[in-house]
Design a protein around this ligand. Structure first.
Ligand code: TYD
Length: 145
């Protein structure tokens, strides 16, 4: 039924992690398995040194869910559902993340010079589960319906 199905984009949400601060400074825990991160963590990588005019990502994942946290600096994430809807999120706090489910198109951009974007993933790296062409993403979204 057109127009009533749940888009994975509606599952995108910001996550607020508790800051365990004391006089020595802050500590943030991102524990997997549904405690802080809504999946078992299999992979962590981080992105830094990207110029402000660089656009990264530009892909969707068939299998992997992600949480992204700007542990330093800031960046923006544009999320698209393949059906004409998009949303933009701003990451600028080491205790705030964004949850990205499978089958959403994502673009990371507007990196501050000090941006360190921590990415937590639910799967090991497999280039075959990445969709890097927008028209193929659109096609697979249409096929899901
Ligand atoms: P890429 O997917 O282009 O990064 P982004 O999502 O920021 O656009 O990855 C850059 C390179 O790193 C590419 O050669 C693939 C490699 N890579 C791995 O080997 N393992 C990984 O987990 C990731 C995310 C990338």
């Amino acid at each position: 039924m057109e127009g009533v199905h749940i888009h994975n984009m509606n599952l995108v949400r910001m996550l607020d992690f508790q800051q365990k601060g004391d006089e020595r400074g802050q500590l943030v825990v991102a524990e997997g398995g549904g405690k802080d991160i809504p999946f078992e963590i299999k992979r962590v990588f981080y992105i830094y040194g990207s110029d402000s005019d660089v656009v990264r990502g530009c892909h969707a994942n068939r299998k992997t869910e992600f949480v992204m946290i700007n542990v330093a600096g800031s960046s923006k994430i544009r999320v698209k559902d393949g059906e004409g809807n998009e949303a933009i999120y701003f990451l600028n706090r080491p205790h705030t993340g964004i949850y990205l489910p499978t089958m959403v198109w994502k673009e990371m951009y507007d990196f501050s010079a000090d941006s360190v974007l921590l990415v937590i993933a639910s799967e090991h790296y497999d280039p075959n589960e990445y969709i890097r062409e927008y028209f193929i993403f659109e096609k697979e979204i249409r096929m899901e319906k």
